[in-house]
Design a protein around this ligand. Sequence first.
Ligand code: ADP
Ligand code: MG
Ligand code: ZN
Length: 630
Amino acid sequence: MNAANLLKQYFGYDKFRPGQKELIDSILSGRDTLGIMPTGAGKSLCFQIPALMMDGITLVVSPLISLMKDQVEALNQAGIHAAYLNSSLTPGQYRKALQFAAAGRYKLIYVAPERLVTEEFLSFALHAQISMVAVDEAHCVSQWGQDFRPSYLKIVEFVDRLKIRPVLAAFTATATKIVQEDIVRILTLREPLRLTTGFDRPNLYFAVQSPQNKYAAMKAYVDLHPGESGIIYCLTRKTVEEVCLRLRAEGVSASRYHAGLGDEERRKNQEDFIYDRVDIIVATNAFGMGIDKSNVRFVIHYNMPKNMESYYQEAGRAGRDGEPAECILLYGGQDVITNQLFISHSRENEELDLEALALVQQQDRERLKKMTFYCFTNECLRDYILRYFGEYASNYCGNCSNCLGRFETVDVTETVKALLGAVNTSRQRYGVNVILDTVRGADTTKVQNYRMKENPYYGSLAKMPVYKLRQILNQLQVQEYLTVTDDAYAVVKLTGKSQAVLDGALPVVMKMAKEAERPPKKAEKKGEKQKKRRQKLAAELHAEDFTLEEEQLFERLRALRREIAAEEKVPPYVVFSDKTLVHLCVQKPVNEKELLEISGIGAFKAEKYGRRFLKCMCEGLEGLLVNPAD
Ligand code: ADP
Ligand code: MG
Ligand code: ZN
C-alpha cells in the first residue's frame, strides 16, 4: 500500500497536511530527515506511516511516558501493533514486551532514551532489524532548547552500536536556528532533508485583554463556553489554587495542576481533564508537556508568561484538531513584576557561574520585554508572533483581537511631547507612575517628595483619562520612543528618537482603540457557542446549518463515544474527534462503505465501532421520525 492509502486505511484522513508527504518520502528514500513543524501540525504520522511501509522495526524515542502512552494507544486504536518500553512497566511486563518485540509483533516500539543502551534492550536490538530510529521532541538533545534531557545523548551511542545504520528521523516544534543545528550535529544526521513548515496556526484566534478584574473577565468567558475543554494558565501555584477554588465554588467543572501537588493527585487531575471528566484545568506551566489532547477549545493565560516561546507553546495546546480555538491572554502590570522577580531569583541551573548567570538573566529580561510588547501592540498579534519566530507574515490576519478590534490612527504628538518632556525635565530618574501622576496633576506622596509640582508639565494632561495615558506610554515603548529599565524601579529613559519629537521635528501617530463603545455582546445562551461551532463545521462540509435533529444526533453520538472510551480506557478523542462526529451527523452514512468516507474513520475503526455508531445513528433518526410533532 502506498502512503496515501495508509493514511486513509489506518487514520481515516484523505489528505496529507503541508510537509507530511515530503517528510515521509524522504524517510522512505533512506535519507536522514529533520522535520520542524508547529505543535498540532501532525508530526507523528510522518514517522508512523513510513514505519508501516519499511521492512523491520521503527524505534521511536520520546521523552515522556505520557506521550508514549498516548501515541501507542492511538496506534492500537487504529489497528497498528505498537508498544512502549519505559519505567511504567514492571520488570515482568518489560521482558514480555521485549519477547514480543523480538518475535516481530510490533512495527513501532516507543522507547525511553535511557533504556536504549541497557544490556537487556541492546541484546534485543542487536538481533533485530531496526530500519528507522525516529526521535520525537528532538530539541531535548540541545542545551539551548526549552527542555534539555541528557539521556537523549544516548541515542547516538545506541545507533553506533547497531551493525546496520538505520535511517534517523528527528522531529521538533522548536524553531530557533541554534537548536536545529544542535539536533543535526549531536544526533549526527547525515545530510538530512530539512523541512520547516510555517509556524502559523490559522485556526487559533489570539486576543489580549487588560481587564480591571481578571477573574470576572475569565469567568464571563467560561460561562459563554459551557462544556468546552479549556486550560487556564497562571503564573503561581497560589493563583492556581485561588482561581480553581473559586471556579468550583461557582459550579464550574474544574481541576488544578501544579508541581506542589502530590504525584497521585497530579496524575488523577491530568487524567480527569484528558478523559473529559472535567472541562477545565487550572494550571501552572508545569502542565502540558506530553498532553496530546486534541479538543482543547481555549487556552486562557490568567497571567502573562515569561516569554513568547512559552506563550506560543502553551497557547498552541488549543485546537490541535485543526478546528477553531481561542487563545486569550489577560494582561496585568503585576505580571511583569512577578516575572522580573522570577528572573532575579532564578537558580534553575546551578552549574552556571555568576557571569554566565548574569548573561542568562539579561537574555531572560530581553525576552520578557518582547512578551510584554505583545500585550501592548495594537498591530496584528499573529504577525507579531510569527515575526518573533523569524517568519514573515501579513500584517492583517483577520483572526486576532487587534485585527478585529476597532482602531483609528490618531496624531498624539502633543500628548507625547508632554510625556517625554516630563521625563526629560525630571532628568530621567523616575518610574512610569511618577511620570503619569505628574502630567495628570495628581497629589501623591511621591509627587510631593520629588517636588514634581514644580515640573513644567505638571497637570498638563489632566484632562486625559489615565488608562489612555498608559496605553500611549506602552505604545511609546513598543515604538522605542522610550525605554524602561529592567530593574525593580523601572525607570523611564529617553531614546535617540525622543529628542526629535521634543524638538518638534517628528510627529507621532498611533493606532488607538476607538472610543465609541460597542454595545456589549449579548450573553449567548448555554451551549449556543458550541452549537455555532458545529454549524460552522457543518458549513465547511457544504451542508446547510445543523438542524435540531442533527444537534440531537450529535449529542447521542457523543454519549456513545464516551461509553466506548470508558470501555477501551482511552480518552474520547482517541476514539473519534469532534470533527468526525460532525461529519457523521451531516453525512448520515447508512452502511460501512459510506462510513469509510468520513474523515477520521479508517478501516480498522470502521470494523471495530462502525456497527455501534450506525445503529446509534439509525435509532436517533427513527426516534425523530416517530415524534414529528416536535
Ligand atoms: P504534533 O506531534 O505535530 O504536535 P500530532 O502528530 O499529535 O501533532 O497530530 C495532531 C493531530 O492532527 C492529531 O489528532 C492527528 O490525528 C491529526 N492529523 C495529523 N495528520 C493529519 C491529516 N493529514 N489530516 C487530518 N488530521 C491529521
Ligand atoms: Mg508530537
Ligand atoms: Zn491579526
